[in-house]
Design a protein around this ligand. Structure first.
Ligand code: KIV
Ligand code: ZN
Length: 390
């Protein structure tokens, strides 16, 4: 029997982009969407069209450009939002309207100023409109993990009856614990899904550093879609990091016997591309894609790794797309070595760009001994602050 599939839903361009220091221009979003397509994500959430003209344009452009993934657009449970999202998604090969409303009492009382009955009505109405205006509908209960379970199940049942086929259970404030979250997923599976063809989705924030652990626990309990972002960017402490979730499933397939469509060798290029676009890089000790993730400095570790890499490496750098780094770039490096490194990082340039980039590279190489990947990214994006000390 083939393993069950986990759908990967990327929200780098929506939940990630809306956090401080992460805003992107339209052409950067399109580049990123193309890389996500190469990576093999199932769904790209391209924006929140009612929020701004820029988001509307991004969803529209990505819908026209990408054919290898479903394109999702976020909207509140408000008809105006849904029509705007549907309009932006028109060109998509497969479109998904993702509509959400908060379900916790604290959000109902202080943010929405709505009763539970009103939230149920908004859910029913908006999911019905959405299902007539897109190929599929995802419904999210914002702050699900701090919501009354009986009410949460009632809202999810209402959404499912109105046509939602994906029910998302966000841990909006990164508050839940793995065993608590898996219990909640089991409850929703038993009380709402039953034998209906509905996917339970999880969307975890990282305020307590548990976003990936919670996502893994949820999958064990029956969730079949996981939402996350490249490099874990997102509100406050970020969203579940896609590369961490995917590699946890890959390295520990003995405990996580599920399939997905991700080409793991595209993880590092996706991480590097994002870092080159937004205003901050990847922390050096970041799991999977950080500069030190595969570096060994302690003598005893170096000895072990040289004897057999498995002593200290549970996965190879190549498996996540970290290019082999036999060539050290410095002032004696030629154009060919420079361009092949850029190519490994996922970048290609035209003749004019190559001339300019090589000139900048030579200027920098005159000032510092070794040129690292972060320097190369800084060169192309003219970010002097990202240049690391030699
Ligand atoms: O964190 C959250 O609750 C969200 C929803 C809109 C899905 O991002
Ligand atoms: Zn979120």
């Amino acid at each position: 029997m083939s393993p069950e599939k986990i759908a990967i839903f990327d929200t780098t361009l929506r939940d990630g982009e809306q956090s401080p220091g992460c805003s992107m221009f339209l052409d950067e979003k399109i580049d990123m969407a193309r890389q996500l397509e190469r990576l093999g994500v199932d769904v790209i959430e391209a924006g929140f069209p009612i929020a701004s003209e820029g988001d509307y344009r991004a969803v529209r452009a990505i819908s026209q450009e990408i054919t290898g993934a479903t394109i999702a657009a976020l909207c509140r449970t408000v008809p105006e939002d849904i029509y705007r999202a549907a309009d932006a998604l028109k060109g998509a090969a497969r479109s998904r309207i993702h509509t959400f409303v908060a379900t916790s009492d604290i959000h109902l009382q202080y943010k929405l100023q709505k009763t539970r009955a009103e939230v149920l009505e908004m859910t029913k109405n908006s999911v019905s409109i959405a299902s007539e205006n897109a190929d599929e509908v995802e419904f999210s209960a914002e702050d699900a993990t701090r919501s009354d379970v009986d009410f949460l199940c009632e809202v999810f049942s209402t959404a499912a009856d109105a046509g939602a086929t994906v029910l998302n259970v966000p841990d909006t404030v990164g508050y839940t614990m793995p065993h608590e979250y898996s219990n909640l997923i089991r409850t929703i599976k038993d009380r709402v899904v039953g034998d209906r063809d509905i996917t339970i989705s999880v969307h975890c924030h990282n305020d307590l550093g548990l976003a990936v652990a919670n996502s893994l626990a949820a999958v064990e309990a029956g969730a079949r879609q996981v939402e996350g972002t490249i490099n874990g960017i997102g509100e406050r402490a970020g969203n579940a990091s896609l590369e961490e979730f995917v590699m946890a499933c890959s390295v520990r397939s003995d405990k996580m016997p599920f399939a997905n469509n991700i080409d793991t060798t595209q993880l590092y290029p996706a991480s590097q591309m994002l870092a080159s676009i937004i205003s901050f890089g990847v922390q050096p000790n970041k799991a999977i894609v950080g500069r030190n993730a595969f570096a060994h400095e302690a003598g005893i570790h170096q000895h072990g790794v040289l004897s057999n890499p498995l002593c200290y490496e549970i996965m190879t750098p190549e498996s996540v797309g970290v290019p082999k780094n036999d060539i050290v770039l410095g002032k004696h490096s030629g154009r060919h070595a420079l361009l092949s490194r850029y190519e490994q990082l996922g970048f290609e340039f035209d003749a004019g760009e190559i001339k300019e980039i090589y000139t900048r590279f030579v200027e920098l190489a005159d000032k510092k001994k070794n040129i690292y990947d972060q320097d190369l990214l800084a060169i192309i994006h003219d970010r002097a602050t990202a240049v690391f000390a030699a």
